[in-house]
Design a protein around this ligand. Structure first.
Ligand code: GRF
Length: 214
């Protein structure tokens, strides 16, 4: 009998290229431990829904406008996600702030992906901000999600060089390639049980390796 796979839920709002990377490199590869058990979109128009459906992954839509406030949306969202039984919830381009009503349902099990080396350039315009600043490196961060935007401690970070003459599009493309690689790597580490937080110093995240840590 095949071994149980590690169940992951993915929350999306947009085109879903990161979701596609998770599908192609983890979910669809039987040598990988990860199975995506649910994709939830914040809008029925999210192109990511189509990617999930094509891969045969169950989908749901949870719209903020269908609820009187964010907390009630998040209580409903938590129920929908809990129903799929994930070990990890991945925010892969989920563009809506989550409150404790959702986050408390999955303690230390929600991660967000952000296209910069946090704490530099939080928010919606990280690529534009990196170019405007003229930094030589920007990057990618996968971090534990908190109710505050782009604020939780990093699990993985990777620098991406800014090249002379870069446009928003060329830099975005380079960052996106790094996002796809790093998000898959982060989910793999969780599936192997190698990510933990220091219970006393909550911002300290440990990645364990056979015999070594970093
Ligand atoms: C990514 O850049 C992610 O870091 C940010 O939203 C974008 C989603 O892109 N939070 P996609 O929908 O996965 O293509």
């Amino acid at each position: 009998m095949a071994a149980e796979r590690y169940p992951v839920a993915v929350l999306v709002s947009g085109t879903g290229t990161n979701l596609q990377a998770l599908i192609d490199r983890l979910h669809a590869d039987e040598r990988e431990a990860t199975e995506i058990v649910l994709v939830v979109a914040s809008s029925p128009d999210a192109a990511a829904l189509e990617r999930a459906a094509t891969a045969g992954i169950p989908t749901a839509v949870v719209r903020k406008d269908d609820h009187p406030d964010r907390e009630s949306r998040d209580r409903h969202l938590a129920e929908v996600v809990r129903g799929a039984g994930p070990e990890l919830v991945v925010l892969a381009g989920w563009m809506s702030i989550l409150t404790e009503a959702f986050l408390d349902a999955f303690p230390d099990r929600v991660v967000n992906l952000h296209p910069s080396l946090l704490p530099s350039f939080p928010g919606m315009h990280s690529i534009e901000d990196a170019l405007a600043w003229g930094v030589r490196y920007t990057g990618v961060t996968v971090h534990f999600a908190e109710a505050e935007v782009d604020a939780g401690p990093p699990v993985l970070q990777e620098p991406v060089p800014v090249v002379y003459g870069d446009s928003i599009e060329t830099l975005r493309e380079r960052v996106r390639g790094a996002e796809h690689r790093m998000l898959c790597e982060a989910v793999r580490l969780f599936s192997q049980g190698r990510v933990s937080r220091n219970p006393d110093r909550r911002r300290e995240v440990q990645i364990s390796d056979e015999g070594a840590t970093r």
